[in-house]
Design a protein around this ligand. Structure first.
Ligand code: 5AD
Length: 365
């Protein structure tokens, strides 16, 4: 424990650590060391950005996807998925619900498509939301697009974009994606997002088959070197209708380990990246339904993304097995989270777009 404590204290003070030490901290599972890591990360969050948790209303507006990622339930070749794409009005209805409940911002997420109809549709969604709520924050999460498309969506009024690198181990990246998905293209897309002026977020899946603690340590170093503003990460969860999910052994002990590793990843991202926004994700909640979301916040995350899309379609956006299909609206989600977070000493931020402090600091410099 004393070794671990000294390393955590060094990170807390702003020192950097080599990959092996980060990997060592990631692999900790004894309760005292883990508690210390998480509580120091949360203390640093309070010190740098306060105890306010940002809510984003998540609208999963289409599950049509041109990719065939080996882990993802809405991959192109999964024929059992009922495919849908919401209209601009349907997206505006979901966004309005969140923004009328004072969330301050929304995330529009979908499968990946790059045809002109799709690009145009997303642009119209952004314009419609900004027209009604000029001060809200909009995050897009629609995968890899060209620099031109990123510029169009940014010009339409979206400020933030989430595009996960999924893993920085290039061999593993190739193993879990179809042949047309290239690591080099993913990396270029992240640079293009930054070039287009987006507040850019990325992240990885945690505990993928074949992924090592050193891989995850390198992921953290990558986030820092890319100067990202936002991080979204969660445990890998098998989906039975996917090549990676079909053979994965998902027992209680594996689930517990994946939860701890995910929380360690969040805490280390906080200690290393300091004032970025970090999400406590649905995948974490899936593996630990009663405490997952709040545990993420207590390990240093500061963003939660409740689903505010059309209720009847939520069941069709199943990226992995057991993804909770909530049937509550934005107001109810906010009331529930307010209560859960209050018990943990955290509060919900109201009516702010919730841009990351890391970004605000950079533009002021
Ligand atoms: N387990 C965990 N996360 C997944 N995602 C997709 N499929 C899975 C899965 N089986 C994540 C990916 C993607 C994000 C939208 O959802 O990281 O970027």
């Amino acid at each position: 424990m004393s070794d671990a404590k000294a390393l955590v204290d060094a990170l807390f003070a702003g020192d950097s650590l080599p990959e092996e030490k980060l990997a060592f901290l990631l692999g900790m599972s004894d309760p005292d060391s883990v508690d210390y890591l998480h509580s120091k990360a949360n203390e640093l969050k309070h010190r740098l950005i306060g105890n306010k948790v940002y809510l984003r209303g998540l609208v999963e507006f289409s599950n049509v996807c041109s990719c065939d990622c080996l882990y993802c339930g809405i991959r192109k070749s999964n024929d059992s998925v009922h495919r849908y794409t919401m209209s601009v009005d349907e997206v505006l209805a979901g966004a309005s619900q969140a923004l009328d409940a004072d969330f301050g911002s929304v995330v529009l997420q979908s499968g990946e498509r790059s045809d002109e109809n799709f690009v145009d549709l997303v642009e119209k969604m952004i314009l419609a939301i900004k027209n009604k709520y000029p001060d809200c924050g909009i995050t897009i999460s629609c995968g890899e697009e060209s620099l031109d498309v990123y510029r169009r969506w940014h010009d339409a009024g979206a400020e933030r974009y989430l595009l996960r690198i999924e893993t920085t181990n290039q061999k593993l990246f190739q193993d879990i994606h179809d042949a047309k998905s290239l690591y080099s293209k993913r990396l270029q897309a992240l640079h293009d997002l930054q070039e287009a002026g987006f507040i850019t977020g990325s992240g990885v899946m945690i505990a993928l088959p074949g992924q090592t603690l050193s891989d995850l340590a390198r992921d953290l170093i990558f986030f820092r070197d890319m100067d990202l503003d936002m991080i979204g990460m969660g445990p890998f969860i098998p989906h039975p209708a996917t090549p990676l999910g079909a053979s994965f052994k998902d027992d209680d002990s594996s689930r517990r380990q994946r939860v701890i590793l995910s929380l360690n990843m969040i805490a280390l991202a906080r200690l290393l990246l300091r004032d970025v926004n970090i999400a406590s994700t649905t995948a974490l909640q899936t593996l630990d339904p009663s405490r997952g979301i709040v545990s993420g916040i207590l390990a240093g995350a500061n963003v939660i993304m409740p689903n505010v899309g059309e209720k009847t379609l939520r069941k069709d956006y199943l990226l992995y097995a057991g993804k909770p299909v909530s049937d509550i609206d934005a107001k109810q989600a906010k009331a529930k989270l307010t209560e859960l977070l209050a018990a943990a000493g955290e509060e919900i931020a109201v009516g702010t777009p919730g841009h990351p402090a890391h970004y605000l600091r950079r533009i002021r410099q």
